[in-house]
Write a protein that binds this ligand. Structure first.
Ligand code: CTP
Length: 435
């Protein structure tokens, strides 16, 4: 595929070299179009050597080839990384003062912007409006990551990890459906840690890869994603809001808060079922005699709780069919009741307090399907992704195989493959259940 890599003048320009390398190493033909300002950070010889193509910021070079029209028209994808506040503004307003903005005006292919700037600039109403305009026109504008910026300050504005930008671009190139556009989804990932004392904890082997793949694919399909990450060291998925937690109790608070107005919740996190009943304030010291036993207390089952909350909310908003009376025309001013069919369920937008689709994961070491079916029923979720865990299986690996159990439907087998592929199957099933 022909990829145009636009680079604008921010300190993160050097990270675009890594993005360029990811494209070229996977067989894409890349033409780098930097702005004049970008060339102050990374020079043209670097871009030319890494891409194997000529590099210019100006429309006045190689005029006989009409580059200001040709490059954009021939591209399969244009990605601008980093995209400064200035380049976003120029793109939103259709200015064409250099080769990159000309290319953006002539491109008929998908366009991805990966903004990077200081938090104040990203949050400024002018930038917000420009991003909105670009998104309305169909461009993919990845939300910047949160983290350390150029100076000592931190906040939203950091360029997402090049590998994450690359993933978004691949999805755009593959033409993923944006069937989750307008949906809010919550994904939990990683494994909780339950403190024993200030230095020790009870934990598990979950790396968070499957949850991160779910978040990444949901962003690519247009969803607004809150990713509740328990002790994950992977780079933030571009475009997701990441909430970091440590314990099951923190994970519960974060998931329930985000689930309140979400359309779907996917519990991919490995949540500890038990925590030490007492958290020692000081480090437990080694003594000569036998060690003290550690007593355990039960953690809340968050997935089951979500199912219960939803059931209760549905019951509260459902008029029993036997008692159903025709609704008097325009008589009921309560928007919740007004949207109610006799014996029916209030449309989600009006009841708005629990997710439409709840998905659990089950890690099993034996009797995988039987345990999974029992768990699906027990937890009251709509889908349960069951996979076998153990030595070298599922935990920490980039690939996975699973069976997705469907409440009231046939199971869906997902063959061994990348965790992204499994994530896409999950979102296909979720999307089919959303109104
Ligand atoms: N889960 C949860 N809260 C817990 C434990 C698990 O929300 N306290 C969720 C997980 O995120 C996962 C699903 O429940 O989506 C199944 O987790 P799993 O550990 O397989 O199930 P358990 O209920 O813990 O059952 P068991 O350990 O007996 O297999």
């Amino acid at each position: 595929m022909k990829v145009v890599l636009g680079v604008s003048g921010g300190i993160a320009a050097y990270k675009a070299c890594e993005l360029l390398r990811l494209f070229t190493e996977s067989g894409h033909e890349v033409r780098v179009v930097p702005t004049r300002e970008a060339l102050k950070f990374v020079g043209a010889p670097t871009w030319a050597a890494l891409s194997g193509n000529p590099v210019s910021a100006e429309v006045w070079d190689d005029v006989h080839e009409v580059p200001h029209v040709r490059i954009g028209k021939q591209a399969d994808l244009v990605v601008v990384a980093p995209a400064t506040a200035d380049v976003l503004a120029r793109a939103a307003h259709g200015l064409a003062g250099d080769l990159l903005t000309n290319t953006l005006l002539t491109a008929t292919c998908p366009v991805v912007f990966a903004p990077a700037m200081h938090t104040e600039m990203w949050q400024h109403p002018a930038t917000r409006a420009n991003v909105e305009t670009l998104r309305e026109r169909g461009a993919v504008v990845i939300d910047p990551a949160v983290g350390r910026l150029t100076g000592a300050d931190t906040g939203p504005g950091r360029l997402p990890d090049p590998a994450e930008i690359f993933e978004v671009c691949l999805r755009v190139l593959r033409g993923r459906p944006r069937d989750l556009a307008g949906c809010k989804v919550v994904v939990s990932a990683g494994g909780t840690r339950e403190a024993i004392d200030p230095v020790r904890y009870l934990g598990n082997r979950s790396s968070g890869r499957q949850g991160y793949a779910l978040a990444r694919t949901a962003v690519a399909r247009g969803a607004e994603v809150t990713l509740v990450a328990a002790n994950v060291t992977l780079p933030d998925p571009a475009g997701a809001k990441v909430v970091r937690v440590e314990s099951a109790s923190e994970l519960r608070d974060a998931v329930l808060a985000a689930a309140a107005d979400a359309d779907a919740v996917v519990m991919a996190a490995a949540v500890a079922d038990f925590r030490p009943a007492t958290r020692h304030e000081a480090k437990i010291k080694k003594t000569d005699g036998e060690p003290e036993p550690i007593f355990l207390a039960k953690n809340p089952d968050i997935l089951a709780e979500l199912g219960t909350l939803r059931r209760e909310a549905r019951a509260a908003h459902t008029r029993p069919a036997a008692a159903a009376q025709p609704l008097p025309a325009a008589a009921d001013p309560d928007p919740v009741v007004a949207g109610l069919e006799p014996g029916g369920v209030v449309p989600r937008r009006e009841r708005g307090a629990y997710p439409e689709v709840i998905v659990g994961f089950a890690a099993e070491t034996h009797d995988v399907l039987a345990n999974g079916q029992a768990k699906l029923a027990r937890k009251g979720c709509d889908l349960l992704v069951v996979n076998q865990v153990g030595e070298g299986l599922a935990f920490g690996t980039p690939d996975n195989a699973a069976t997705v159990l469907v409440a009231g439907g046939d199971p869906v087998e997902v063959p061994f493959g990348p965790k992204e592929a499994l994530a896409d199957v999950v979102w296909d099933l979720v999307a089919a259940r959303l109104p």
